[in-house]
Design a protein around this ligand. Structure first.
Ligand code: GAL
Length: 811
């Protein structure tokens, strides 16, 4: 019986068809893709006999398995926006991974229910890049931007009752990105079969023009294909219970418009991410022709001069982070459980907002932001008409920008999480009147497609945008860094508010501390790491505390998006001319998703519900005995006392003598001696509220495993993130351990990847061995489609082996 059941599941999920009342089928093309890749130069020599092509699963990133290579996309450039004037050799700028080349994907599918009354849509949620699409040998279309969502009507090309062959060619040029873009069909590909009389792709637009505690007016616009149709819209609450139904046959052109009342609405917010569902049913007479469901939230947003941003009538500051799209060790291949884990980590930190830098977010990221409660700033471009990199988006801007924005808005506008659009980031077009015209053109497109949300641009050339009118015409002026210009920009721009569209860009490596402890810009060390005392930034950027002052003191500063929530592949500042270095140092969390110290600095301000009490550095400084080794405490409390081996180092209290002193407790004169450091924090009345200790560890002895999930979905893609650390004989964590470890996965899952957060590591993520970095790493274990048990064993020479069990379940 068990076998029978699992055969059923395998059949069902392999095909992965979602049928809704038999009027619409969504086939997600995940398995049995054939893939091959060639050089840009000999792309024409690729053999079309796919018997020797690799079989892959989509979403797929062809470059993430490496190997890392210094020569890949080596760029001899001066990065003008970083203030460079002379070209230097940049290695690792795009991750040193083999993303350049031509890739071909092929898949076969059949549509048994296809007939002359049907319409078939082929949908790509992103394809990196310059996709050219062929069906049954015929080219059906192409796009350019790798981050854009797009679709084609392929009805006339479908072979009924036969196998159809879909082929996709992708071309990635070198010098086309400032970071790791990933490569291939890295987001989902779907085939939607529906009736000719049906709802247009992305044809619903749900807004909530009136929102009070007692009543919400829901405006539902629905574009349809076909004549003489009736639309029924049903609104369901979060439990799936029907609240109200609205039926209409009055159509304006090809669009129905309904205004529906919901009494006592549950409002969507980061704290209460309540979601409703709208079911749209299209009838011809009494025959149901189409049905789709759209999740939405009821919430109101407002941006007001001097006051800022309010959500549901309450002033809310963006406590945000910028995120690149790559997911560290699994690259750009979209994976919902990896994104979910990122968002859980950010939630705990107190983050309430995300900016998708500098491109269209994955639909999965938006769905999770709706569900978990994050405000979203959805961005479109890093380049307009003027280049930052030789083969960047400027090549396509004039022709594609409008259609790429239209698709961005149409595909994502029903997500309540999105509260602002961004048409660009630090575009060189900030100079001159042409740039201002482009800014207006793009903003007008956003307004035309979505009159409910404002538009920003992340500006770094603030003075130039004051002079040209560029900054004044934007709905929301966004400043990237330039804390010294906030006041001037506020006075000069007419909007009466400023967004910190990008802030901090502080650099650090998890668990690495450098001496002496001083603030520095573009600081380099021989090991190509940056110090976790969180005092090092770029020539254009600053430490977190300087932003915090503006955020906390100025009501007209409406929030910030810190660069970045997690480390990402590529952009290895301040080591972009050094090798090996292949990923960023900007993350508040490292590439493995492990928190750096800075995590607690932000948490102490942003997570106002829970206590934060965090101490740094670690206390294993053999050879530094008697030397000055400052201790910092990041805490939600105002004051604390530090003890070294029981001896008081005095009480420190947050104060306004400098931004640092306002947000951190710092004991600058502590001399290192092995043993125990302890911090005791006091509440407002001076009573002991909490304490923490760090002890000097002995030799690495035993491995410890901790999984973020006990149970996975048996769906072939769910991931458990297992943190591996090492402790000494007394169970004290060893913060400097670098042991080489091995991973073995048995049972109903597989080893997917590992990552240790070391930006200089050239170990490949998918090979089941890796060194610890600062005593830790993370192993990603993936479920398969069989329900059962997974065992992960981690071993290392001279260390006690550790094992962890994870169950997998169909539901
Ligand atoms: C900004 C830019 C980001 C990133 C960051 C690093 O100027 O918008 O994409 O490059 O600098 O500090």
């Amino acid at each position: 019986m068990k076998n029978l059941i699992s055969t059923f599941y395998i059949l069902f999920f392999t095909v992965s068809i979602l049928a809704q009342n038999n009027v619409r089928e969504v086939l997600t093309l995940e398995k049995n893709w054939k893939f091959t890749k060639g050089d840009l130069k000999n792309a024409q020599d690729i053999s079309f006999d796919d018997s020797k092509w690799e079989t892959v699963v989509v979403p797929h990133d062809w470059a993430i398995k490496g190997p890392f290579d210094k020569e890949i996309d080596k760029q001899m450039v001066a990065i003008v926006q970083n203030g460079e004037k002379v070209p230097t050799e940049k290695t690792g700028r795009t991750g040193a991974l083999p993303y350049i080349g031509v890739g071909w994907y092929r898949n076969e599918f059949s549509l048994p229910n296809f007939n002359k009354d049907k319409k078939v849509i082929l949908l790509f949620e992103g394809a990196m890049s310059e996709p050219e699409i062929f069906l049954n040998g015929k080219k059906i279309g192409s796009r350019n931007y790798g981050y854009s969502y797009f679709y084609f009507d392929i009805t006339e090309h479908i072979l009924a009752n036969k196998k159809n062959t879909l082929a996709v060619k992708l071309t990635n040029k070198g010098l086309s990105s400032r970071w790791y873009p990933g490569a291939g069909l890295y987001r989902n590909v779907r085939i939607i079969t529906k009736n000719k009389e049906s709802i247009k792709q992305w044809g619903t637009f749900i807004t909530t023009p009136i929102v009070t505690k007692e009543l919400a007016k829901i405006n539902v616009k629905t574009k349809v294909l076909g004549e003489g149709l009736t639309l029924v819209t049903k609104i369901l609450d979060a439990q799936g219970s029907l609240i109200t139904t609205n039926k209409t046959s009055s159509i304006y052109g090809n669009e129905f418009e309904q205004n529906i009342a919901v009494n006592n609405p549950n409002l969507w917010s980061p704290e209460t991410p309540y979601l409703y569902t709208s079911i749209s049913q299209v009838y011809k007479g009494t025959i149901l022709k189409d049905e789709i469901s759209t999740r939405f939230g009821i919430r109101s947003i407002k941006y007001e001069a001097e006051k800022g941003f309010s959500l549901n009538g309450e002033i809310t500051k963006f406590k945000g982070v910028c995120l690149h799209h790559d997911l560290g060790p699994i690259g750009a291949a979209v994976n919902k459980s990896a994104i979910r884990r990122q968002l859980r980590i950010l939630k705990d930190m107190g983050v309430n907002a995300i900016r998708s830098a500098h491109n269209m977010p994955s639909l999965e990221q938006l769905e999770l932001s709706d569900e978990m409660g994050f405000l979203f700033l959805a961005e479109s471009f890093d380049e307009w008409a003027k280049p930052k990199v030789e083969n960047g988006y400027h090549r396509f801007f004039e022709e594609d920008a409008e259609k790429d924005i239209v698709n961005l808005v149409h595909a994502t506008r029903n997500h309540p999480s999105i509260v602002m659009w961004s048409s660009g980031n630090e575009v060189p077009d900030q100079w001159g009147s042409d740039g201002a015209k482009r800014a207006k053109w793009l903003q007008d497109i956003f307004h035309r497609e979505d009159p409910t949300r404002p538009v920003t641009v992340g500006m770094d050339q603030v003075k130039a945008t004051m002079a040209s009118g560029f900054g004044a015409l934007l709905d929301i002026p966004g400043l990237n860094y330039r804390t010294h210009l906030y006041e001037e920009a506020y006075e000069s721009f007419p909007q009466g508010l400023i967004l910190g569209s990008e802030t901090a860009s502080t650099v650090s490596s998890r668990g690495i501390y450098k001496f002496p402890v001083i603030e520095a810009k573009m600081k380099q060390y021989d090991d190509f790491q940056s110090s976790s005392y969180d005092l090092e930034a770029c020539s254009w950027s600053n430490i977190p505390d300087e932003d915090s002052v503006l955020q906390d003191d100025k009501p007209w500063v409406i929030g910030e998006f810190v660069w970045t929530g997690f480390d990402y592949l590529g952009e290895t500042t301040p080591y972009d001319t050094k090798w090996p270095s292949r990923s960023s140092y900007f993350g508040i969390n490292d590439l493995a998703g492990l928190p750096k110290d800075r995590y607690y600095l932000y948490r102490s301000r942003w997570n106002t519900k829970e206590e934060t009490l965090h101490m740094l550095p670690h206390w294993n400084w053999e050879g530094r005995e008697g030397e000055i080794t400052p201790v910092f405490v990041y805490t939600s409390y105002d004051s604390a006392e530090l003890f070294v081996n029981g001896k008081s180092m005095g009480i420190q209290k947050k104060n306004n003598s400098s931004p640092k002193n306002r947000y951190r407790l710092m004991w600058m004169d502590v001399k290192y001696e092995p043993g125990t450091i302890k911090v005791v924090a006091f509440d407002d009345e001076g009573k002991v509220a909490s304490e923490k200790e760090i002890k000097t560890a002995g030799k690495p002895y035993k491995l410890i495993l901790e999984s973020d999930q006990k149970t996975l979905k048996a769906n072939g893609k769910d991931l458990a993130f297992v943190t591996v650390s090492v402790v000494d004989k007394n169970g004290i964590p060893c913060p400097t351990a670098t042991n080489q470890l091995k991973f073995k996965v048995k049972g109903d899952g597989m080893f997917r990847a590992a990552s240790n957060g070391d930006a200089t590591s050239l170990e490949m993520f998918h090979v089941p061995t890796m060194k610890l970095f600062s005593g830790k790493l993370v192993v990603l274990v993936q479920s398969d489609e069989e329900q059962g048990e997974i065992d992960l064993t981690v071993s290392g020479k001279g260390l006690k082996t550790a094992k962890i069990n994870i169950s997998t379940k169909k539901y």
